[in-house]
Design a protein around this ligand. Structure first.
Ligand code: FPP
Length: 245
């Protein structure tokens, strides 16, 4: 039986976050340069975005480039930045056809200007779409995000916009780049690595973690549905005991 048919549509996670990993190893396996893996990773981005929109996921957040990824060889970083431009341009029609709104989180101003401009254009051109929000985490890390939030909270305290008693769990969430998004209930990481790698650390406090050995360029709709089936089989207790649920 297909994983798609095993999904209970009434209990879908609203927000799924993904760490797309394994492009480099996939390329090596095929005797190709690492960039070949990233290029083939775009197919998986398309598949998963379509799959998520089709079954009714509201938010899909993909880790596309971390603040640490600048340490990779310049040729790979450049290729990724160009791939991003080309992908946003080539996928614009698919995004609009599926009413998917493009969004981005991270220290975006530090991206190369052409990448930044194309991204902003893509966000502008899809802003009225309302079926699903596809967020790319770009030049993102959770510690950057939290440091930035603390800095802005401190500024607002100093300006008298906030007082110490205003600082609650909810307020902190509003200062993060995921403001107005529900926390992800499911985090998927491909390629067999079992780490969080500085991704959405505040937001995944109660997320179910799902790890698969599949390399990102091979990840397809059924792999995505399998993760949701596994998610639905887990008992989420939020600190309570089974009998209280
Ligand atoms: C991790 O694999 C992947 C990345 C750092 C980049 C992800 C980019 C894409 C999937 C393509 C572009 C995406 C968009 C949204 C346009 P890795 O290179 O760390 O693989 P490895 O662990 O096997 O070396």
């Amino acid at each position: 039986m297909l994983y798609l048919d095993q999904i209970d549509k009434a209990r879908l996670p609203k927000h799924i976050a993904v760490i797309m990993d394994g492009n480099g190893r996939w390329a090596k396996l095929h005797g190709k340069p690492r960039v070949f893996g990233h290029k083939n990773g775009v197919k998986a981005v398309r598949e998963v975005s379509e799959a998520a929109a089709e079954i009714g996921i509201d938010f899909l957040t993909l880790y596309a480039f971390s603040t640490e990824n600048w340490n990779r060889p310049a040729s790979e970083v450049n290729a990724l930045m160009i791939l991003l431009i080309n992908t946003v341009k080539s996928e614009l029609k698919t995004l609009n056809d599926n009413s998917i709104r493009l969004n981005a989180i991270g220290d975006l101003k530090k991206l190369p200007s052409r990448t930044y401009d194309t991204l902003m254009q893509g966000i502008e051109d899809t802003k009225n779409n309302d079926r699903m929000t596809l967020t790319l985490a770009l030049n993102y890390s959770a510690r950057w995000e939290m440091t930035d939030a603390v800095r802005r909270i401190a500024r607002d305290l100093k300006a008298g916009v906030l007082s110490e008693n205003d600082i609650t769990d909810d307020l902190i969430s509003q200062y993060l780049s995921t403001v107005n998004m529900p926390d992800p209930e499911l985090l998927i990481r491909t390629s067999g690595e079992k780490r969080i790698s500085n991704y959405l650390l505040w937001q995944i406090a109660y997320a179910e973690l799902y790890f698969t050995d599949v390399f990102w360029p091979d990840f397809r709709k059924e792999d995505f549905y399998q993760a949701i089936v596994e998610f639905q089989s887990r008992e989420r207790r939020f600190g309570q005991i089974s009998e209280q649920l």
